[in-house]
Design a binder for this molecule. Structure first.
Ligand code: SAM
Length: 252
């Protein structure tokens, strides 16, 4: 492989064909699907999905990879956009929606990509992402465990997350330093927080977890919660013991 790998763009390419087949089977592409792939790279996963779907678009930040993809006959029919996925809105992409989102994504922008999805819930159906295993564990963590935190709670108010399988470093070139996990994101049938309360919810959860060892009555002093809320939640508890639903109930 002659590509000059760019660390800043999280370039770890999947090179194990059996694993790529397993990933494609898990995604289960259908003839009526509209697919967005984040960071197609050299197209290893793309070529396994593209022939089976209605429309597919790839957003890739690296101009060298865009050139390579354009020259690849297997990518015929793929709509390619050069740029940073986070700067696009799904609704404005030249593809019908709701889309399905897939990607072996750069690990340094995993949370921004998940929040980018949460902010556009109307325009996608489900997403399959490769993430750091440690992040996957945080996303599915139970209350009162070490991995449970702001990410678990804010994401969990909107999405269901399932870990499909774990992946060792040696199926990538170059090898990442950490284990990975392939996860499935689907939308909760009813989000626990309304759109207009999203920012307030984020702030409450952040304040709570900024001081995760403190009791809520100390860390949340500056918030004037209503009597009803104070009656329902015991503020001598620590934030990590509150379920996602209990956090949602802190939002008026
Ligand atoms: N899909 C390929 C594979 O599995 O072999 C490449 C995966 S690699 C982990 C991540 C890819 O995302 C790279 O091709 C990288 O250039 C691209 N990328 C990084 N940041 C991006 C961004 N903000 N928007 C779009 N693509 C990005």
């Amino acid at each position: 492989m002659k590509h000059p790998f760019r660390k800043k763009w999280g370039q770890n390419f999947l090179v194990d064909n059996n694993l790529l087949i397993k990933i494609a089977r898990t995604i289960n592409p259908k003839p009526d699907n509209y697919i967005l792939e984040i960071g197609p790279g050299e197209g290893a996963l793309t070529e396994k999905i593209l022939p089976h779907v209605n429309e597919m678009i790839g957003i890739e930040i690296d101009p060298l990879l865009i050139e390579k993809l354009k020259m690849n006959n297997l990518m015929k029919g793929l709509n390619l956009i050069e740029g940073d996925v986070l700067l696009y809105e799904i609704e404005e992409l030249p593809i019908s929606n709701p889309i399905r989102v897939i990607g072996n994504i750069p690990y340094n922008i995993t949370s921004p990509i998940i929040f980018w999805l949460i902010e556009q819930l109307d325009y996608w159906d489900d997403a399959f992402l490769m993430v750091q295993k440690e992040v996957a564990n945080r996303l599915v963590a139970e209350a009162s465990t070490k991995s449970y935190g702001r990410l678990t709670v804010v994401v969990g108010a909107y999405l269901n997350i399932e870990i499909m399988f774990s992946i060792p470093p040696d199926v990538f070139i170059p090898k990442p330093k950490v284990e990975s996990a392939f996860i499935h994101l689907t939308k909760k049938s009813k989000p626990l927080i309304n759109d207009e309360k999203y920012i307030q919810f984020n702030k409450i959860v952040s304040s709570a977890f900024n001081q995760r060892r403190k009791m809520l009555k100390n860390s949340m002093k500056s918030w004037n919660f209503s009597d009803q809320i104070i009656k329902n939640i015991d503020f001598s508890r620590r934030p990590e013991t509150l379920s996602i639903k209990e956090f949602a109930s802190l939002v008026e």
